[in-house]
Each structure stands twice: as C-alpha cells, then as structure tokens.
Design a protein around this ligand. Structure first.
Ligand code: BG6
Length: 481
C-alpha cells in the first residue's frame, strides 16, 4: 500500500459543537436554541417529528441532555489544556448563535456571549491551537423556529448575516478557518437539525427543504463576502456530510440509482457552494418531488451573489459508506448518520449499526477532489461506542484506535493519490451529547467525561488509551500509527 507523508502544516485536531458540549443553556443571557427542546434518547427524532410537536420544553416528560452538555462552558480551560497536551494543531468548535443573539432577531448582540468566545479563542491561541469555527452547527435560536418557521423563511438570511458579521468582525484577526453551516446537505433526511424544520412546520413538503437550502446558500455566500472583505486570506468553507455510496451490484439500474443518490445526498449542496451555481441536474432532482426551480423564491441578485462568493475549501464529515439497491426489497438493513440502508456484507458496523469503511474515506477524498479541485478538510470522523471506565478510571478503547488508525492510513493513501487534504479533526474529541440520539453513552472522545444519559455524574475528565495514541500520531505527523 502506498501512503504519503502528511504535509508539515497538516491540521491535526478534534471537533465539537456548542450545543452538544457547552451546557449552561441559559447562562449569561443565552437564549433557548433548537437543541434545547430535543429530548434524550433514541426516539428523539421521532418525537420531534410528531405532527403536534410544539418546540417546547416538558421536563415532566423528558430529559434534555443539551441543557447540561458536559458543562464545557465552565470547564473549557481544562478541556483546551487536555487538547494541547495531545498536541492539537487546531480545534474545531461552533459558536452558539443563541449566546450571541438570544432570540436571533435581537437588535444588539449579547456581550456576555461574545466574551465567552473571546476567552475560548484566547485559550486556544495560548497553546498555538488554531481555532476552526463552524458559524452554525445544528442549532439556531428557538425563536427563529417558533416565530419565523426556520430556514424556509427568507428573513433568516438577514438574521444569519448579522450573526456572521458580528462574529467574523470580532474574531477575524485571531481566526483564519471558518465554515458556514454544519452538514448542510443532511437536511435531505434530517431537516430539523440544520434547517429547523420538523413535520409540524413543513418538513414533509420538499419545497420547504429546497427553499431553506437556497436561503442557506445565500446566507453562506454573504458570510464568505463579509469574511473576505475583512481579510482576503480568511479560509471559509462549506461543510457537508459525505457517505461514499456504492452500487449494490453491476446492474445498470442500481448504477443509475447510485449516480442519482450521489447527486442528491452528497453533491447537491457542495455543487452550489463550491461552484457558485446550481448544477445541471437541479431540475431533474426537483422533478422527483414534482417541483420546478421557478417554484422557489429567489432573485437574480441572489444567484449572482452565489456566483461571486463560493467557498474556499470543502469541510466534510465521514463516518460510513452506504449501498444503493433499488431492484430488490428484502435486504438486511443497517442504520446510519444520514440514512440507513442496505447492509454491505464486506463491512463491520459500529455499536450503533454504522458501516465502518476506511477505504470509503479514500474514495470520498478522491471523488471530492476530482470534482472540485479545492482543498479538503476532514472535520469529522470517529467511532461512537459504549466505553466503560475501569477500576483505574481508564478506558481501553482499542476499537477506537483501530478505527482511527485505519482512517488515517486511508488519508495517507489519498495524499499519495494526489489529493489536497488540509487537516483531520476527529469528532467528539471529548465525549459529548450525541446529535441523533441525545445519548451520552454514545461516546467518541479521547477524553472520557463522567456523566450518564440522565445527566448524572461528577463531570470529571479522564484520559482514555486513545488519548496517548493520538498524541503520538500528532507528534510523529501521522507516521507513528
Ligand atoms: C455529525 C454531526 O452528523 O455526526 C455531529 O455533525 C454529530 O453533530 C456527529 O454529533 C455524530 O453523530 P451522533 O448522532 O452519533 O452524535
């Protein structure tokens, strides 16, 4: 196997999202955000998608894990020190919109919220850790969902623009790397997280999903414009969920279905954000849902904005691959982060049924680079597992080390293939609340946090075996795996 040395400036690090780790959900003027109304447990998505879901909190009935997170808000110095001990070159985190604009449509930003990120960024820089900021990661102020109906409403563009301008202006001197929306394409299957759309406010009408995407594309282009006007050297990326998709077999019917699935699930959003225009297949994709492009509310100025302000790089998450099969109905199925699907008999699955496929990451890197010729940043990858703290407060997570080692080897192979990869930030570098299930017991971290699915525990941090392993990977720039 041919692998390549990692570039000297390769951005090794880890990734988190504000709503999944900060906690302190009403501290220092923070407003309620969408994840604050997502209950814990595997049924969280079904609960949210009940037609009468009213986006309110019912503590008699449910526990809300995002309210506590891992209390990073009060532990961030300790957490960043641990990241520094691992040798992180960068740290990807997001800014909670509702800390800065508690309702989303406020006239003035909340200075206390900005002060928290002043301190967080300063703490990173103290250790020469490059901050990588996701402007919006699976959350928005709840008021924007209740009052305006989420991203299907064009007013959200202005609110986001104000939020983006506020944080870009405040931090552009310290922060070079940004992403506009986390996993923007995930709305194809989970519109609640990135668009604030559930069954109760229009998620079942595909027109709303496409309208919300269009609004987000415009908002993203505005953020790129603002950022580049502040400093032309800022690197502002998109962020997509990528699940390498195989045809089940050589049947051309499945091959065509795979091509279509790739367009819809993997490429559509990135095509617009990277190339600056809607792809040629847009009309055929919309026709699948009996829609026309002209059904959407857009202006010529908006399309020009998209053309003038494409993103600088492609951030993406990669956890698993999937299989497309449309000719038979009785295959064994599996779960997944974007969608479940047909089981691939060549792959093992995680404890949560996600298909583990390091070669799929090499393929993803090649596919994305062939298509866009822009730098790629793997900003999420990792294994959610049931970690157990032993009597010595240690977790022997060899399964996670194996998973990460194989994926890093795949990155080395893609580098040898000629792909331009900027960095690698494994997901949930410290244990945090799962986005899809609201569990703490689905752990990804190098650092164990003592809190359980009901929010009980000491919140103490413990290094897992993978902590020292990753430290040695970074110290050797990927040579010592
Ligand atoms: C990505 C999201 O889809 O996957 C993260 O960007 C999320 O927010 C991660 O946490 C892992 O998914 P989950 O559901 O296991 O937390």
């Amino acid at each position: 196997m041919t692998t390549q040395q990692f570039p000297v400036n390769f951005l090794w690090g880890g990734a988190t999202a504000a709503n999944q780790l900060e906690g302190a959900y009403q501290t220092d003027g923070k407003g309620l955000s969408l994840p604050d109304v997502l209950p814990a447990g595997k049924q969280r998505m079904q609960i949210v998608n009940q037609p009468d879901f009213d986006f309110s909190i019912d503590e008699q009935k449910y526990f809300y894990p995002n309210h506590l997170g891992i209390d990073h808000y009060h532990h961030f110095k300790e957490d960043i020190a641990l990241f520094a001990e691992m040798g992180f070159k960068c740290y990807r985190f997001s800014i909670a919109w509702s800390r800065i604009f508690p309702n989303g449509d406020d006239a003035q930003p909340n200075e206390a919220g900005l002060k928290f990120y002043d301190a967080l960024i300063a703490e990173c820089l103290k250790y020469q850790i490059e901050p990588v900021i996701t402007i919006s990661h699976y959350e928005m102020p709840l008021h924007l969902v209740k009052q305006y109906g989420g991203w299907k409403n064009k007013k959200l563009i202005d609110f986001y623009e104000k939020f983006a301008r506020t944080v870009l202006t405040r931090y552009y001197k310290q922060v070079k790397y940004w992403m506009t929306f986390n996993e923007i394409n995930s709305a194809a299957h989970f519109p609640i997280m990135s668009q604030g759309l559930a069954a109760a406010n229009g998620a079942n009408d595909k027109k709303n999903i496409f309208q919300a995407w269009h609004n987000q594309f415009v908002a993203s282009a505005k953020a790129v414009k603002i950022g580049h006007e502040l400093d032309a050297n800022l690197q502002i990326g998109c962020m997509i969920l990528y699940a390498t998709t195989y045809s089940y077999d050589a049947n051309p019917v499945n091959q065509v279905a795979t091509m279509k699935a790739n367009q819809e699930n993997n490429f559509f959003c990135a095509d617009v954000q990277v190339r600056g225009h809607y792809p040629a297949y847009t009309q055929s994709l919309l026709a699948k849902y009996n829609l026309q492009f002209t059904d959407l509310d857009y202006t010529t100025e908006e399309l020009e904005l998209l053309a003038h302000y494409p993103v600088d790089y492609i951030g993406f998450s990669y956890y698993m691959s999937s299989v497309e099969e449309v000719t038979q109905k009785d295959h064994e199925s599996v779960n997944g982060n974007l969608m479940g699907g047909v089981r691939n008999p060549f792959l093992k699955t995680s404890d949560w049924g996600w298909q583990i496929d390091p070669d799929g990451l090499r393929i993803a890197l090649n596919q994305l680079y062939d298509r866009y010729q822009k730098p790629l940043f793997i900003v999420e990858n990792g294994l959610g597992a049931h970690d157990k703290l032993d009597a010595n407060n240690y977790v022997v997570d060899d399964y996670r080390i194996d998973y990460l080692r194989q994926h890093i080897q795949a990155i080395g192979q893609a580098l040898a293939d000629g792909v331009d990869v900027m960095g690698y930030t494994p997901w949930g570098c410290i244990d945090l609340v799962s986005a899809s299930t609201g569990e703490m017991s689905k752990r990804y971290g190098f650092i164990y946090v003592d809190v359980d699915d009901q929010g009980q525990g000491t919140f103490k941090r413990y290094k897992k075996k993978s902590f020292n392993w990753y430290q040695q990977v970074i110290a050797s720039n990927g040579a010592n795996l």
